[in-house]
Write a protein that binds this ligand. Structure first.
Ligand code: ATP
Ligand code: MG
Length: 597
């Protein structure tokens, strides 16, 4: 199977790869990114500058105890300005960067959903919707947090550590810089190592989180089935088992975080103690002033406060990266069905459909269609009948190019459907599917979906043709009635008629009815069949049906059995043949007679 299996070589490359995927989104806002980085550096310069000034103030005051020197007013005012500058520049950075972050989120959300729509039916049937939505949600959120961490934590820390190192190197013995760097290096190494080890808990948490979400969504989507089989307990048990694993992983993640924090705290404590010992010794020896001691201490504390967050930031960063990685992996899955580079729009002239030696399987170990050939001439109505699972709906999915044929060709007006754009292909075919699923919106929305921009009059006309207008008008809310999740507030027959109405509204040259009237009672069916006949005249039509009485007027009938065409001809010809079709016909006639008597 090709879905979800995009493996990238190594974790390291993976993270870089993921980070690089962000670059184009940042590039869009390069001006703002640059300005906010400048604001960031300005804020940090002010931040490191203020203890340096403070040292000057202290030394000035210290000297003034001996000689009579004026109060260092100017220095103190400058000090205040620097402190104000820190928050000013920080806020400028935040404000400038907000657009970048949220803009990137928006672009990525749109891109991923567009990609999901491009992926094939096979992918969507294999995947669990609950899991995908969770992955996408976490993925886009992680984009925002990642940018946040980069601009508000990682880069500031790097800038600050460098500035502090410069101050130390310029002013004092190299030992200060050496100890500082050694502490920071040990600190970062420990953080990275421990965090790497902790990652697996978080990965488990995410997996369990997605699984739980998909189980819950699945259970709720199948609400009725759950009740029919009285399986609430089973559903809850499954859900609770998953959550149990999630809980265990979450607890481990928390306790290991504490271990990390203790480790980091100890390293910082050792570093600061060493530095202060060194500084105190120099003060005693007279090679450093009191101001110097205060400065070194202030710099250390200032540096380790954000470094203390580094543990959290690093792990959050890794989590964000892994969340984002899942999303980008989804983005990397190649759609199974793509337009050829030189694909042209389908040119419909007569709308002749031809299946030429078509063979197809969903999975290689089970052939579904074997060497199917037939032709539907312009304006002709072809019916396909056959046992359940014979492959009738599969013919339709192939015609829509949801899957690629494994052998043979499907032609419309002599153009192979693989050579034309998918959009033009699908725009020219209308279908009333076997199972109609509706959007949880108004009836009006669902009908008008076939042709956005259709007038109210056109929508009503289509509803009239589909014999559902009167029913809709009889509802308290009329066309504004909401149809419920997947359209479940409508009866099967009502849903089918909504589906018919929207196909009528679309009015494409090719029509497909897959058991379009199977949920209707005989009277409604008769009315609709008459209406459909009207609609279908001058259209090339493919009808799939179980009830043979509904298709006896077809120009030609194919009898399918286990992926092969067993018989074909008109109703009369097939009856005269006395084969499978004749048997089915007699059986159904018999049943009807029994039902009447
Ligand atoms: N996505 C899929 N993956 C694997 N097998 C599939 C898939 N979809 C359908 N099948 C199998 O292909 C076979 C043909 O399915 P199809 O839906 O074409 O049957 P059908 O003739 O329309 O039946 P019915 O009259 O019950 O609607 C079935 O046996 C089904 O199990
Ligand atoms: Mg079917």
């Amino acid at each position: 199977m090709r879905t979800g299996q995009v493996q990238l070589p190594s974790k390291q490359r993976n993270d870089l790869h993921t980070l690089r995927s962000l670059a184009p989104y940042l590039w869009t806002y390069r001006g703002r990114v640059l300005l906010s980085l400048l604001a960031l550096v300005a804020a940090k310069v002010a931040m490191v500058g203020s203890p340096v000034l403070l040292k000057e103030v202290i030394d000035a005051l210290d000297r003034s105890r001996h000689a009579q020197i004026a109060l260092p007013v100017l220095l103190l005012v400058l000090y205040g300005l620097l402190r104000a500058g820190v928050s000013l520049f920080n806020e400028i950075r935040d404000s400038l960067f907000a657009r970048v972050r949220h803009g990137a989120m928006r672009h990525i959300s749109i891109k991923t959903i567009a990609h999901m729509h491009r992926l094939s039916l096979r992918f969507h049937l294999d995947r669990k919707t609950g899991e995908i939505t969770r992955d996408l949600e976490r993925g886009t959120r992680s984009v925002s947090s990642l940018l946040n961490y980069l601009v508000f934590s990682i880069i500031p820390i790097l800038v600050e550590v460098s500035l502090i190192a410069i101050v130390l190197l310029v002013n004092y013995s190299a030992w200060f810089a050496v100890i500082t760097f050694a502490t920071v290096a040990v600190y970062i190494a420990a953080t990275v190592l421990i965090t790497e080890w902790r990652m697996k808990f978080r990965v488990t948490m995410n997996q369990m989180d997605s699984t739980a979400s998909s189980q819950a969504v699945d259970g709720l989507l199948n609400y009725e089935t759950v009740k029919y089989f009285d399986n609430e307990a089973l559903e809850l048990q499954r859900y609770s088992q998953t959550l149990r694993k999630w809980e265990d992983a979450a607890v481990k993640s928390q306790t290991s975080l504490s271990a990390l924090n203790v480790g980091q705290g100890s390293i910082i404590a050792i570093g600061v103690t060493l530095i202060m010992l060194l500084a105190a010794r120099e003060v005693v020896a007279g090679s450093m002033t009191l101001g110097d001691l205060v400065l070194v201490n202030a710099l250390m504390i200032q540096m380790f406060i954000p470094l203390n967050f580094l543990g959290v930031v690093y792990s959050q960063l890794k989590h964000a990266l892994s969340d984002m990685d899942r999303m980008f992996k989804l983005l990397e899955i190649q759609p199974e069905i793509t337009d050829k580079p030189d694909a042209r729009p389908l040119q419909i002239d007569k709308a002749v459909i031809e299946f030429r030696d078509v063979s197809f399987h969903y999975n290689a170990d089970r052939p579904i269609l074997k060497n199917i050939s037939f032709k539907i001439d312009a304006g002709e109505k072809l019916a396909v009948v056959g046992a359940s699972g014979a492959g009738k709906s599969t013919l339709v999915r192939l015609l829509f190019r949801f899957y690629e044929v494994n052998a043979g060709q499907i032609l419309i007006d002599d153009q192979d459907i693989r050579d034309v754009t998918q959009s033009s292909l699908r725009a020219n075919i209308g279908i009333v599917p076997q199972d109609t699923v509706l959007f949880n919106e108004s009836i009006y929305y669902n009908i008008a979906y076939a042709r956005p921009g259709a007038t109210g009059e056109q929508v009503k006309q289509a509803a009239k043709t589909a014999n559902i207008h009167d029913f809709i008008e009889s509802l308290p809310q009329g066309y504004d009635t909401l149809v419920g999740e997947r359209g479940l507030k409508l009866s099967g027959g009502e849903k089918q008629r909504v589906a018919i109405a929207r196909t009528v509204l679309k009015n494409p040259p090719i029509l497909v009815f897959d058991e379009a009237t199977s949920s209707l009672d005989s009277t409604s069916e008769k009315n609709i069949l008459a209406a459909l006949k009207e609609v279908a005249s001058h259209h090339t039509t493919l009808v799939i049906a179980h009830r043979l009485s509904t298709i006896s007027d077809a120009d030609r009938i194919l009898v399918m059995e286990r992926g092969e065409i067993r018989e074909q001809g008109s109703h009369q010809e097939l009856l005269a043949l006395g084969g499978h079709y004749a048997d089915m016909w007699n059986l159904q006639q018999q049943k009807q007679k029994n039902a009447l008597s």
